[in-house]
Design a protein around this ligand. Structure first.
Ligand SMILES: O=P(O)(O)OC[C@H]1O[C@H](O)[C@H](O)[C@@H](O)[C@@H]1O
Length: 553
């Protein structure tokens, strides 16, 4: 597709988005009463409803035209073929291989023009993870004191924490085989919160780090290794350590026995790694069968993504909705509202997945992007969100598109609570759409016996503009299989956005500068340290911290 075709597709879309009334939604329902029928789709177990957005038939055509011009589907096929689609790091992107059977035959291109197997290696690693998980659960692998392991702590940060933490929180229940705990923050208060709940003699310690060099993870790993060693001695401590990493040299240097290292390759990005060895805490905590169901669910969504035509392809439709909101309407915030408490870490996982992937300002070819890219994403589970930030979504100055995730059937027996939950989720989306006009507010206040003065004074505060967009996803139930589908849906949405915006969604150079500066500041915080050259603000802050720590300036 030529640059001219791309420009034409963008121009067409932007001219539609700039029509007067392009953000109106209620009027679309009046004009098209079967709008729900036309603007909802199902892929696997997930129903996606886009009817509460201002995308109409023309806008959808323009969006699909943009997808074609930006060659999203050929880019998808290049990813599946193991091409070096992460072009700034010269790497293939093959998280799909992690949840595919050996027979899928995924291969990764290498920077030297070669090609290496991916599926066989994935299958071998999974087999080793299964043997280990089942042996721990059966009590065949025991602690240094001969006790069965009851707790597993995952030490990792970013993608080596958020995905596994999110999935364990969603899938763990009372009868699950082990208790999974997550230690991420370099702030040792995190460890201090977890430590009293653990007995070193029954705790398995996973050090999860793709690079095995991440400062926070290595600091926490040393802390916890010391805690084990105190009670169990050096040899005993080693029996409790497991590493999940691509860096086998570093895991050996840290003292992890070679048969306790589960690996993966550089074609697995950190924020896409929960399906790899990085997900071992999910398998240990929630059971091997659930881990496999999670992978199978993701695979089902992969198959949908790889085969569904563009106009019915859920990840692409979700991505195009974001393009409409961000680029068309200039709405560059996005809320994630899962109405299921088990998904309480889902927004945190998506924050990394979306913002680290899409927070870019340079095209794949190195030019400045000509349009907005990744929106700010935030979220909380419903109904908690309603009592926190929903005020702004209903009456703030700028609409914030929101994704509602509703689960039809709970896994608990409290039907009345579940009805209350669903009624609230549905009502929030309906309120954003419908709003509330002056007449309605006036009538309600009159009926409540308010005086005319009081009514006029409060009226403007009680009006809701409405016409605020939302997307709803409905799942029949939340289990490992549907969770796998849901997470993979958002992964592929991110991929599509990378292609639509012509940015590399798989690098994260923007996290480097802060890491580098922290290593130069670190010695300045030592008791004998001296404050180095900084901007006056940073110098002043370091001096104040040192002063309050009783150190020389
Ligand atoms: O798994 P690790 O190598 O320890 O990396 C952990 C995390 O830190 C990095 O700074 C990146 O921003 C993340 O993408 C990554 O997931």
């Amino acid at each position: 597709m030529t640059p001219t075709a791309r420009e034409a597709a963008w121009t067409r879309l932007m001219s539609l988005a700039r029509r007067p009334g392009a953000a109106a939604i209620r009027s679309l329902f009046s004009r098209q009463p079967d709008r729900f029928e036309k603007f909802h789709w199902q892929g696997g177990d997930i129903l996606l409803d886009l009817s509460k957005t201002s995308i109409d038939d023309d806008a959808m055509r323009a969006l699909l035209g943009l997808a074609e011009a930006m060659q999203v589907m050929p880019a998808r096929d290049a990813m599946a073929a193991g091409e070096l689609v992460n072009n700034t790091e010269n790497r293939a992107v093959l998280h799909m291989a992690l949840r595919a059977p050996r027979s899928a035959g995924f291969h990764a291109r290498t920077p030297d023009g070669g090609c290496e197997d991916a599926s066989d290696e994935v299958a071998d690693t999974l087999a080793a993870m299964e043997r280990f998980t089942r042996a721990v659960h059966a009590g065949e692998i025991r602690s240094a004191t001969g006790e069965p392991f009851t707790d597993v702590i995952n030490i990792g940060i970013g993608g080596s924490d958020l995905g596994p933490f999110m999935a364990s929180r969603a899938l763990w229940h009372e009868a699950s085989p082990m208790r999974p705990l997550y230690l991420a923050n370099a702030d040792a208060h995190n460890w201090e919160l977890i430590r009293p709940r653990l007995d070193p003699a029954r705790t398995l310690v996973l050090i999860a780090s793709k690079t095995f060099t991440t400062a926070e993870t290595m600091a926490n790993a040393r802390l916890v290794r010391g805690w084990l060693e105190q009670t169990l001695g050096t040899e005993g401590m080693r029996q409790h350590l497991v590493a999940l990493s691509t860096n086998h040299k570093a895991t050996a240097e840290f003292g992890v026995p070679a048969d306790r290292v589960f690996g993966f390759r550089d074609w697995v990005g950190g924020r896409f790694s929960l399906w790899s060895a990085i997900g071992l805490s999910i398998a240990l905590g929630c059971g091997w069968d659930d881990f496999m169901r999670l992978l199978e669910g993701a695979r089902a969504m992969d198959e949908h993504f790889l085969s569904a035509p563009a106009e019915r392809n859920l990840p692409l439709l979700l991505a195009l909705t974001t393009v409409w909101h961000v680029n068309g309407l200039g709405l560059d915030n996005h809320a994630i509202l899962p109405y299921d408490h088990r998904l309480s870490r889902f927004p945190a996982h998506l924050q990394q997945l979306e913002m680290e992937s899409l927070g870019k300002r340079t095209t794949r070819g190195g030019a400045p992007v000509q349009h907005l890219t990744g929106p700010v994403l935030f979220g909380e589970p419903g109904t908690n969100a309603q009592h926190s930030f929903m005020q702004l979504l209903h009456q703030g100055t700028t609409p914030v598109p929101a994704d509602f995730v509703l689960i039809a059937n709970p896994s608990h027996p409290y039907a009345a609570n579940h009805r209350l939950l669903l009624a609230n989720g549905l009502a929030q989306a309906e309120a954003l759409l419908r709003g509330r006009g002056e007449e309605d507010v006036r009538a309600e206040m009159l009926a409540a016996g308010k005086t005319p003065e009081e009514i006029e004074r409060l009226l403007p505060h009680r009006v809701f503009p409405g016409d605020r967009p939302s997307t709803t996803l409905v799942l029949p139930r939340l289990d490992a299989h549907t969770l796998g589908q849901l997470v993979a849906l958002y992964e592929h949405k991110v991929f599509c956005l990378g292609a639509l915006w012509d940015i590399d969604a798989f690098d994260q150079w923007g996290v480097e500068l802060g890491k580098q500066l922290s290593t130069s500041i670190l010695p300045e915080l030592l008791p004998e340290g001296r404050v180095g050259p900084h901007d006056p603000s940073t110098t002043g802050l370091i001096q104040q911290l040192r002063a309050w720590q009783g150190l020389d300036l």
